[in-house]
Write a protein that binds this ligand. Structure first.
Ligand SMILES: [Zn+2]
Ligand SMILES: [Zn+2]
Ligand SMILES: [Zn+2]
Length: 262
């Protein structure tokens, strides 16, 4: 299994527009964060999770050439607005609609932003077409299994995802955009080789976990390796990486372009 971090930034991105702070002006590329989404390859099956405003640029940067289906974790703009650029993959797949799994909230948002794309086939060559499907609790595929759970994120819920590749047995959990990890989600992520958690910033936030909350969730789940994502400009990569170095289990900061081979 391979996980490619296309983006690891919070909804504003880093650098933030018109900010001269040390992180926004840092020359370290790991402090330059496009909006959060990931690409997962499970035994040759390419799954895209969310499409940020920079999705097209992220695909070019990481040489993403194939996409078999799409999962939208929730309908917030920083995860949904790049979806029109999925048109290229509809075309590459022979002019077919791309299956999009999400929650009721996520599917409603896709329908209202991209009404022209809710068709069995692209209405014209090169257009996007989406086949909306509710994300099941267990999605069985020839290449493995994707299990989902709901994570609280303010007034809505985010899909928390656990990928298990059939051939290798490796497991990967992706819990972005959440204020907490409820007991069912802790249970689902147990046994994961790597867990990714929302770790917005040092200060508390009403709808995202801060660094301390993310560390506590990582300890409760107990995976050997954890990464934080959806990061603001209040987090300097080198400094926080050093601060987290002594944590057990290991907690690291994700960055754009990070590739995990599990
Ligand atoms: Zn977000
Ligand atoms: Zn800044
Ligand atoms: Zn969100």
């Amino acid at each position: 299994m391979e996980v490619i971090f296309l983006g690891t930034g919070t909804s504003q991105g880093v650098p933030m527009i018109a900010c001269d702070c040390t992180v926004c002006t840092s020359p370290d590329p790991r402090n330059q964060r496009t909006r959060a989404c990931i690409h997962v390859v499970m035994d040759g099956l390419h799954i895209q999770v969310d499409a940020s405003p920079e999705f097209r640029l992220q695909c070019l940067r990481e040489n993403i050439r194939q996409l078999d289906f799409f999962i939208l974790t929730h309908g917030h703009a920083d995860h949904v607005v790049g979806m029109d650029d999925l048109r290229r993959f509809c075309d590459l797949n022979g002019g077919t609609a791309l299956t999009v799994y999400s929650t009721e909230e996520g599917m409603g948002r896709v329908q209202s932003i991209f009404p022209y794309a809710i068709h069995d086939r692209p209405v014209s060559k090169g257009y996007a077409a989406f086949k909306l499907q509710p994300m099941p609790a267990v999605l069985e595929l020839p290449q493995g299994t994707i299990r989902s759970t709901l994570l609280p994120h303010g007034r809505i819920n985010t899909l928390g995802l656990m990928f298990e590749e059939k051939s290798s047995g490796r497991k990967f959990a992706y819990y972005n955009d959440c204020k907490s990890v409820p007991p069912e989600a802790v249970a689902l992520a147990r046994g994961a080789d790597v867990v990714v958690l929302d770790g917005l910033r040092p200060e508390l936030h009403p709808t995202h976990m801060n660094i301390a909350e993310a560390i506590a969730a990582a300890k409760e789940i107990g995976a050997p390796l954890n990464y934080l994502t959806h990061l603001t400009h209040l987090l300097e990569h080198g400094q926080l990486t050093a601060d987290l170095a002594a944590e057990k289990p290991a907690i690291r900061l994700a960055y754009d372009g990070l590739r995990l081979k599990l």
